[in-house]
Write a protein that binds this ligand. Structure first.
Ligand SMILES: Nc1ncnc2c1ncn2[C@@H]1O[C@H](COP(=O)(O)OP(=O)(O)OP(=O)(O)O)[C@@H](O)[C@H]1O
Ligand SMILES: [Mg+2]
Length: 402
């Protein structure tokens, strides 16, 4: 059973405190911890006793209710101040809110007080402490990592799946989100059968935490997975006009509440929604290959697209995949054409990559010491290092390049 709500009661006229006390006792679940007879006493008691709620009359003697509210909000921010007003006016309500009150109740509505306090406390107690840490601790802020390219078939899904699995093995809480606009190959690489998907979610009238987390598939590696399409792709893809920025924002926002890393496998044809996802990402992987001249040209184009979407240079992490020493084009050719100074390479490793895909076992699990698996594992570590640095500065240095 939830513990009783501790309430500090105040009064201006003798007997007003008793009226409030009686209402709370009748409702049950409240513990009136003290009476304050004037404003200064109310502030002192709130600070000293740390009740869940301080009930402050607006016209307290000495310090007025709004002044007490401002003092308590600073001295004891964990105490929720609730203002009791003599009349129900917009002006009184506004003044109370500006002073930091969490709720306002008028003298005519005192019978509603238990209900108002219960709602206030439910919100406060219902918020998991992990949510607090993700706000206050940069190391626990959720990271968003987008895997993009200018051309199909360059290895985005291979990289997204294996970065997700390797970070999960290192203790991160990872969700792999397959952006819409593709059939989605993640389910094959993870050997899972999707019954719901990004596309099935966007058809819902409104999304909430239960709907989104209930649609995730949990892979044995610990990675949670939201595929682009379910086992009904034909019907779902005809609903593509429902894929709006608002829908993507809602899904991403909900996932960020439960996971420490969100990896987005983004198809190369998702613009302009891709620009929105890139702006919300701490790290944007730009995957190119030295396979042919088209791949090289498209790496340059997608780099320009992401930069012109307003994504700071330091958030970009270029990757040359399928790098082979004997190839016609070299990784440095891709980097030069795309203007990448700092890039990572993943070696061409067809035997292991293809076998992992066909067997539905992630490369980093199946052959962790294979050349491509080692490079992807290192890439995952680098993503988290860079992402956390960016997350630390993100709130205070808007517009600054990292
Ligand atoms: N480093 C690598 N060495 C050799 N083959 C690779 C490598 N990385 C990926 N591949 C292979 O390249 C092919 C395409 O990979 P993948 O599906 O990951 O690309 P993609 O960019 O996600 O493609 P799409 O644009 O169709 O979604 C697969 O056969 C995969 O096994
Ligand atoms: Mg893919």
């Amino acid at each position: 059973m939830a513990s009783a709500v501790r309430v500090l009661i105040s009064e201006v006229n003798p007997g007003e405190g008793d009226v409030i006390r009686d209402i709370l006792i009748r409702a049950g679940g409240f513990d009136p911890v003290a009476y304050a007879q004037d404003g200064l006493e109310a502030a002192q008691l709130a600070y000293r006793l740390r009740p869940d709620v301080a009930l402050l009359w607006e016209d307290l003697a000495g310090l007025r209710g709004a002044e007490v509210c401002e003092l308590v909000s600073r001295a004891a921010p964990d105490v929720a101040c609730v203002m009791v007003t003599r009349a129900q006016t917009d002006e009184g309500r506004r003044a109370a809110m500006i002073a930091g009150a969490r709720a306002v109740v008028s003298i005519d509505g005192l019978e509603m007080l238990p209900d108002v306090l219960n709602r206030l406390i439910t919100v406060r107690r219902g918020m998991p402490l992990s949510a607090l840490a993700s706000v206050t601790e940069a190391a626990q802020a959720p990271l968003v990592v987008m895997v993009s390219s200018g051309k199909g078939g360059v290895g985005k899904t291979t990289i997204a799946v294996n970065v997700a699995v390797s970070l999960s093995q290192k203790g991160e809480k990872v969700v792999l989100l397959e952006a819409p606009g593709q059939l989605g190959d993640g389910a094959i690489l993870l050997d899972v059968v999707p019954s719901s998907s990004f596309m099935s979610l966007v058809q819902m009238a409104s999304l909430d935490n239960d709907l989104v987390t209930g649609s995730l598939i949990r892979h044995q590696s610990g990675v949670s997975f939201l595929p682009a399409t379910s086992d009904q792709p034909t019907a779902e893809l005809s609903q593509f006009d429902r894929v709006t920025t608002a829908a993507a924002s809602s899904i991403l926002g909900i996932l960020k509440r439960s996971f420490s890393v969100v990896v987005i496998d983004c198809p190369s044809n998702l613009w302009p929604l891709a620009s929105y996802l890139a702006r919300r990402s701490h790290v944007v992987l730009l995957v190119g290959t030295p396979e042919d001249i088209v791949s090289v040209r498209n790496s340059a184009t997608v780099t320009d697209l992401v930069r012109s979407a307003g994504v700071a240079k330091e958030r970009l992490m270029p990757v040359v995949n399928k790098a082979a020493p004997s190839g016609f084009l070299k990784p440095e050719d891709v980097a030069k054409a795309a203007g990448w100074q700092d890039y990572l390479t993943i070696p061409f490793d067809p035997a292991n990559c293809t076998a992992a895909m066909n067997e539905g076992v992630p490369l980093v699990t199946r052959t962790p010491n294979s050349p491509a698996a080692r490079a992807i594992t290192q890439l995952g570590e680098r993503i988290v290092r860079r992402g956390r640095k960016i997350a630390e500065g993100v709130a205070t240095e808007v517009g600054k390049e990292y």
